[in-house]
Unconditional design. Structure first.
Length: 400
């Protein structure tokens, strides 16, 4: 692939090893190569970052190891300057006089992909108004999904990936400290969130300098806020922002994020504006205890279902099941949500290198929502916390 090395946050040698592992599967299945349409998959295997919209961007590699990137014409100059592909193929525009998928068919045929092809999808997904023929139609090939293989690869993080997620966790904590500082009665959600996110982003950029990248837009960066989980709305596990003004007595559920070369940690906390009531203390204590149950259970040799099951047993033993809303956690990395899921329905075995959010919560519409989320990596004999932030009620009670 390499023409000149690019900076991706992940060393080029590791990217090449990922592609070779996928090719081993493709070759063993007797396929002529693979085609990737999904942005996160292309980023994972090549380190190439781009804005995903109605214009297809596609990566293909033959079983022999030859590859190409397929982009709209206006992306060619940037692609050659910022990426390391030897072969860059293009099309004028979407939908164009000739559909991009027809042009792609000729390009992958010239690469040697024919007969049987592995792909993450049978064509470009229908996003932002895109419409087009399936890959199988334009190539005449049998297209077989390779997504399960890729998802399995994504689930176990390398030391380089873990280092990026750990760095993300540091900036999540920095942003959360700012968010706590700026959250006061009379201030609105937008004021506190934008101020904390803006200041944290500038601090991250100053600290990491040109070692940081993977931003897709000029507004990308660190985020810190509440996503509307304020007061009674905090009992809605997935609320949306309304620019609410904070008041004494509000329960809050925060969220932070800080992608570093696209890799994400997650840090969330239940907080209280002003002195907590006895019921708030009770629910808060159960939130901390339920998260500790998950920490203690998560290790190699158990399944995702075992972890969620242990938390659900804690809820049942403490008469908390009426306040349960969501599973214990999920994988995280290049995407904010990845498989596997810490859910009683997911029997995936836990393996070292897997990275999860641990976020069991309790939600009472009369009192509010209570959720702490931390990001952990599975080690050989347990877990390592990748986010470091206080979880006790004293530290998370805000001045009134």
């Amino acid at each position: 692939m390499a023409r000149a090395e690019q900076r991706t946050g992940i060393p080029p040698a590791e990217l090449a090893e990922r592609r070779e592992r996928l090719l081993e599967h493709v070759r063993s299945a007797g396929q002529s190569g693979y085609v990737l349409f999904g942005a996160s998959y292309i980023q994972y295997f090549t380190g190439f970052w781009f804005l995903s919209n109605e214009r297809p961007i596609v990566y293909a590699q033959s079983a022999a190891g030859d590859d190409l990137i397929f982009v709209p014409e206006f992306e060619v100059e940037r692609t050659r300057a910022e990426a390391a592909f030897v072969r860059v193929e293009s099309y004028p525009e979407y939908p164009g006089v000739e559909h991009p998928m027809l042009i792609l068919a000729r390009a992958v045929a010239d690469l040697g992909l024919r007969g049987s092809i592995a792909a993450d999808d049978d064509g470009y997904p229908g996003i932002l108004g895109y419409q087009g023929p399936p890959l199988s139609d334009v190539t005449g090939a049998t297209v077989t999904s390779v997504s399960p293989v890729i998802e399995h690869m994504l689930a176990r993080k390398s030391p380089n990936e873990i280092a990026l997620i750990r760095e993300s966790g540091k900036w999540c904590a920095h942003a959360h400290r700012l968010l706590q500082e700026y959250t006061r009665p009379g201030v609105t959600e937008a004021e506190a969130s934008w101020r904390a996110g803006h200041e944290a982003t500038l601090a991250l950029l100053e600290a990491l300098g040109d070692s940081f990248g993977g931003q897709l837009g000029s507004a990308d960066g660190v985020k810190a806020g509440y996503r509307g989980q304020i007061g009674q709305r905090s009992s809605w596990a997935h609320a949306i922002a309304h620019n609410i003004e904070f008041q004494v007595g509000d329960m809050l559920v925060s969220e932070t994020g800080a992608p570093v070369w696209g890799y994400n940690a997650e840090l969330e906390r239940a907080m209280i504006v002003g002195p907590p009531t006895d019921e708030m203390r009770r629910m808060f204590d159960h939130t901390v205890a339920a998260q500790q149950v998950a920490f203690d259970t998560l290790r190699p040799g158990v399944t995702c279902a075992d972890v969620d099951g242990a938390v659900l047993r804690y809820f049942e033993e403490n008469d908390l099941l009426p306040y349960w809303r969501q599973h214990t956690g999920h994988g995280i990395g290049l995407r904010n949500h990845e498989a596997p899921f810490l859910d009683v329905g997911d029997r995936t075995p836990i393996e070292p290198g897997m990275v999860f959010t641990i976020e069991p919560g309790v939600y009472d519409s009369r009192v509010g929502g209570f959720r702490h989320s931390d990001t952990v990596v599975v080690t050989e004999d347990g877990i390592e916390l990748l986010t470091d932030y206080p979880s006790d009620i004293e530290s998370l009670t805000l001045p009134a």
